[in-house]
Design a protein. Sequence first.
Length: 240
Amino acid sequence: MLERNLPRCFPLRRKHSIGLADHANGQRIESWLQAATVSPIRFSDQQTDAMERLLPLLLCGEQSAQLVFNSEIARLAGSEHKLILSCLHGVEADEYRHDIALQQVASQLTELTSFIQVQRKAKRFYASLGRVENYSEHFVRIAILDTCVTHIMQSFEQCHLGREHPFSQLCGLIKKDEAKHVYVSRKHAMALGADANQFAEQHEQVVGNLMQLLLTQGGAFESMGVCLDGVTRKLEAKWR
């Protein structure tokens, strides 16, 4: 295995939700990580070229999510919102686990020459999600984004690598967590004052900007067998 200290898209806060997973899917990801540390994750040369362009997009998303949920946990600390705080801690821990697993995949690539360039593009998009007027609008955007990530991970689960490939399996596990995160983010946004109209209004902007980012690496997605047009159609149908 190659040892690398990959630059982070967003910083990891000192106080964050870590520890062993307290749910079945998290335990599956931890088992995946244990297996990945002893068995190489193999890619062809063409797949390696694609993955070095795609992993920065995925990692930046996980690291951005950690920062968002960590900040909201800090904002609500000491309040009576114990149930939502527990949910937010759970999401942050999931995102941290995803981050570590994706870093494990990246550590086994032979080349990462495009990593920083793609990471910069991703960072601009994720930073833009936080330019909002209130907290409810921010979590509306996060819920929409998590819906997008769920569909993208499903596409990777079914990509040209085949369902038995370790990366495909990891994406399937991440997909299950992200589907849960959609529920948490949506419920929290609505508790903060969002309504159905706000979700519909934000959908076009969030999905449009995300797809614009992903299309900068359209060839890499295509090479892996992920159809971005298909993902977009599914997302558009969801919000009609």
